[in-house]
Every structure is written in C-alpha cells, then in structure tokens.
Design a protein around this ligand. Structure first.
Ligand SMILES: C[S@@+](CC[C@H](N)C(=O)[O-])C[C@H]1O[C@@H](n2cnc3c(N)ncnc32)[C@H](O)[C@@H]1O
Length: 304
C-alpha cells in the first residue's frame, strides 16, 4: 500500500481513531491523507458499506492511494470540503479528521524547500500548482508585511529586524535557494537557539505560503454544516497558533474565543469538546517518533 515506508509516521494514531468513534457503515473524511496512515486505520474499522474520502493537495500523495472500493482520493485543498461532498452526492458525514501541516516527506525532500537543513529551492508549496512560493514572499512582500508574517506566525520578537535584513539582501540579489536565506538569518540567532528560531522562521513562511490559518478557519466553519448530529471532528495540530484556533472554535464558535451566552448563561456555540483536556503523545510514542512531541489532539461533536 505505502510505496515509501517513511512518507510519514502518523501521530497519536490509536487516540485519533478512538476519537473518530467509527461506525462500520458511516461516512468519514480524512482531510489530510498524506501517507495514508490514519486513513488505513479508519478503513480497518469500517464495514463493507462504510465510505472514506481522503483529501490531499499534494500530488506526491497520489503514490500512497489506498486501493479499496470504500476509499475515494480527492486531490484538492480541504477548504473545498463542502463542494466535493456535494460532487460525490454526500450531504452529511459521521467524522472528519484533520492532521494538519506537512508530512515527513515534505521535510525530507530538499527540493520542496521546507527544511533549513538542506539547500533546496525556496518553494514550500504543499500544492505544487499554486502560485505563491517562499521565494515570491521573500522577494516581493513589503517590509512591514514580512515582519507581520514572522511575528504572527513564528512569534519571533525580532521580526522587524529580520524583515529589514531580508529587504536589504534582496535589493542586491534576489532570494533563490534555502541557504541564501539561512545565511541572512544566522546573525539574528544565538548558537544555542539557532535551530529552534530557524524552525520558527520556516514555520512562519510555510504558513503564509500555504495560507494555513485561513484554510483551517474555512474548514472548521464547514464542519459544523456537514457533520451528522453525533458526528466527530478530530483535529491534530502541531503549533500553538493552530491549536488556539481549534480550541477557541470548539469552545465558543469563533476564532477569538469570545463566549456568547443566552439568557440563562448557556454558551451558544455550535460544537462542544469531547475531550476537555487536550491529548498529547506519551514518552513511549515520542521516543519512537520525536515529531509527535508537538502534536495536540482535540475532539469535538455538535452541540445539539
Ligand atoms: C501531517 S500530514 C498527514 C499525514 C497523514 N495523517 C498520515 O497518516 O500519513 C498532512 C498532509 O496534509 C496535506 N495538507 C495539508 N494542508 C492541506 C490542505 N489545506 N488541503 C489538503 N491537504 C492538505 C499535506 O500535503 C500532507 O500530506
């Protein structure tokens, strides 16, 4: 089934599947198919009449398609969830999984440009056909917009200085390769914190290139409309910005976390949490899969 054994190792696999509460004849969506690890497990729990749709915007995920008549691969951004459900004649679903961000495959392929460890193209697009690349952002964004990207999505306190250095570099020579960018960043970080801070800069750029916060918001809003009454929304996030959005949305129905109450003091939110405390990986899983360290799992259902 999986052509590349290390395309991805799914995080919190058992906890995620348990959170989906799979009914054998239900209809499920895996918004982030990737290497198909979570999908394969969902299919294992489904009966003959169950269905699974797996979305991925990356054409590399085609190599992992599961040959099973209950499975349909959708090569698209999950922000088009409702449209594709309609296209496939599906009105409501019993569970939606989103295992956000990139896969190991993205980090490990130098030419995809996601990792500061390799000198690839400054690309970072999950969808190879989209227009905006990391090089476009670095070479064309105004200085204040660059600073906002690093501050908002990387939570970097020296974001203005970094943006200034990017602009003065590109005035002489435009950015093409990862290591051009890494050299400009190096003076800003201490030896001890270099890896951590580089990772934040790269995360920020990746979020911007793929418009990750916007598509997540769009997905959450659509889930409320397409989930069955006792359906489940299961979301795995890997950084605090995403987790905050998901947590706020589940708690309050908005992304700011502003609680709106009725006359009797009941919170008016379209969803409610199934697990009040966020689920994280245990030491044993982290030892086997260090990238599971930052995974946070939240499960919700409709508030009806
Ligand atoms: C963390 S990996 C998921 C791994 C998967 N759960 C597994 O078991 O292999 C995230 C995957 O979702 C895809 N992805 C991320 N954002 C997406 C979006 N907005 N629309 C469609 N696919 C997306 C990425 O291309 C990547 O393959």
């Amino acid at each position: 089934m999986m052509e590349e054994p290390h395309y991805h190792i799914p995080a919190l696999l058992a906890e995620t599947i348990e959170g989906m509460n799979i009914k054998p004849d239900g209809i499920y969506v895996d918004c982030t198919f990737g290497g198909g690890g979570h999908s394969a497990e969902i299919l294992r729990k489904l009966g003959k009449t169950g269905k699974l749709l797996g979305f991925d915007q990356d054409e590399d995920a085609f190599n992992n398609i599961i040959k099973d008549e209950r499975f349909t691969f959708v090569h698209s951004n999950f922000k088009y969830l409702k449209n594709f459900l309609k296209f496939h004649g599906i009105e409501k679903v019993d569970g939606i999984l989103a295992d956000l961000g990139v896969s190991f495959h993205h980090f490990d392929e130098a030419e995809r440009g996601f990792s500061f460890r390799y000198d690839g193209e400054l690309d970072m697009r999950m969808n190879q056909k989209s227009q905006l690349t990391a090089a476009n952002v670095l070479n064309n964004y105004p200085e204040d917009k660059l600073a906002d990207v690093f501050y908002l999505y990387g939570e970097l306190h020296n974001s203005r200085k970094i943006a200034r250095a990017i602009v003065s570099h590109r005035d002489k020579q435009s950015f093409k390769r990862i290591f051009d960018f890494v050299e400009v960043l190096k003076p800003f970080f201490s030896r001890e914190k270099e890896k951590k801070d580089m990772a934040r800069v790269f995360q920020a750029l990746r979020i911007e290139v793929n418009q990750e916060m916007e598509v997540l918001k769009s997905l959450l809003n659509q889930c409320v409309e397409v989930l069955n009454k006792d359906g489940r929304l299961v979301v795995l996030t890997y950084h605090s910005l995403e987790d905050r959005l998901v947590k706020n949305y589940i708690r309050s129905g908005n992304f700011e976390g502003k609680l709106v109450k009725d006359f009797y003091g009941n919170v008016l939110a379209p969803m409610k949490a199934v697990n009040n405390k966020v689920i994280v990986a245990g030491e044993e899983e982290i030892a086997k899969n260090p990238r599971a360290r930052s995974a946070k799992l939240r499960i919700a259902t409709l508030n009806v």
